[in-house]
Design a protein around this ligand. Structure first.
Ligand code: ZN
Length: 393
């Protein structure tokens, strides 16, 4: 084991107690030599229940940054990971599990919250919660953000929920919660998002944009909160994503394989260590993961007081216009991502550097790639047609 030195190994005995920025954290993660201090190997465990540690992912810094920005500020509008298989997209998403912050969540199966009473009156919540509410008891409790994975082949009914005709009389109880309601205040991960049916995709995107959705059948209806961070991944070899869907993802990452041979070797060694003894591997990162989770929670709190000066925002909008980007979602995402980045850095005013740091992931693939492709295809067809027409003469 001792000859497994990587070029970026930190000094022996170095103790890193705090991460000032997400960048520090990511840099630290990429340079830690996990094989030092590994407990004895031998025992194997269940990989699914023990996700690969986020901080043990080698390279892919932009992807890691984007995922963390999504945890700090859900308003970045989702994260899309585009790249071939085997580049660690799904591993990275699942590894977020140990970094997830806490949120206030309904303790009721039907998802009743105090906001439901404020907007719809006491009848908007189930009788049990109405009782609690009247007694001044809390309907929510702090709970960890969860990672909800949309199963492949999910039908619309699974996603939005349906009406259960045999269930109790109270309106709220006649509606089965769908995956979207379960995703409220969580992360919703969709692998191979480009293979999802249009109707399911549209329902998810609408709910994501509005933060709520309503299930209706005849006189029965129920509205659910669905405030989630959507994370999608896709392999472009397996089908295109409709341009209107692409536009609705805030952060867009092109994920390629690691280019540096030394990094690939380090990645292999970490995977190997993980497969050999996942518990020992994870234990080696527990302390740092805990710190990172606390940093993210702090940044979420600080986010509220982070602002972007008008002058800087105006300049940024000019840049977007000069790039020929029409969608207003470009600046929304850009500013929200920059605010998250600033918050994670412990400051409250967005600077040009913050905007620069997140710009590529917010602005790429926005310049109507569809239209560009469309015109290119069109030009090809035109040429072919002209060639054929010449033969006619
Ligand atoms: Zn309830």
């Amino acid at each position: 084991m001792s000859e497994t030195e990587s070029t970026t190994t930190p000094q022996d005995g170095e103790v890193v107690n705090t991460f000032r920025t997400l960048k520090d954290l990511i840099n630290f993660a990429s340079s830690k030599n996990i094989l030092k201090g590994m407990a004895e190997m031998g025992e194997s465990g269940i990989a699914e229940a023990l996700p690969f540690p986020f901080l043990a992912l080698v390279g892919q810094n932009e992807m890691k940054l984007a995922l963390m920005l999504g945890l700090v500020n859900p308003n970045v509008g989702g994260v899309l990971l585009v790249g071939p298989r085997g580049t660690g997209k799904t591993t990275a998403v699942r590894s977020l599990l140990e970094l997830l912050p806490n949120v206030e969540r309904s303790t009721c199966y039907y998802g009743c919250t105090p906001e439901d009473v404020e907007s719809g009156g006491i009848d908007a919540i189930c009788p049990e919660c109405a009782q609690k509410y009247a007694e001044g008891k809390s309907l929510t409790a702090p709970d960890r953000v969860r990672l909800v994975e949309l199963p492949l082949n999910s039908r619309l009914e699974d996603v939005v929920g349906g009406i259960d005709d045999r269930a109790a009389i109270h309106e709220r109880m006649r509606v089965r919660r769908g995956i979207l309601a379960q995703a409220d205040r969580n992360l919703l991960y969709i692998d191979e998002i480009n293979l999802l049916s249009d109707e399911v995709m549209d329902a998810i995107l609408d709910a994501a944009a509005q933060g709520t959705y309503t299930v209706r059948r005849g006189p029965v209806s129920a509205t659910y909160r669905a405030r989630f961070v959507l994370i999608g991944s896709m392999n472009p070899e397996e089908g295109k994503l409709r341009p209107q869907i692409l536009d609705r993802f805030g952060l867009r990452l092109i994920v390629r394989g690691l280019e540096d041979a030394a990094e690939r070797l380090e990645a292999y060694r970490r995977v190997q260590a993980y497969l050999t003894n996942p518990r020992a591997m994870i234990a080696n990162y527990t302390e740092e993961s805990g710190q990172a989770a606390a940093e993210i929670q702090e940044a979420r709190k600080r986010l509220r007081s982070v602002g972007i000066p008008d002058k800087l925002a105006t300049k940024a909008i000019h840049l977007i216009q000069n790039m020929g980007i029409d969608s207003l979602r470009a600046e929304i995402t850009w500013f929200e991502a920059a605010r998250a980045y600033t918050a994670a850095d412990g400051r409250t005013q967005v600077s040009p550097t913050d905007l620069n740091a997140v710009a590529p992931m917010c602005l790429r693939l926005r310049r109507s790639s569809f239209m560009t492709e469309y015109f290119k295809d069109q030009a090809g067809e035109e040429e072919e047609m002209q060639g054929l027409l010449k033969k006619l003469q």
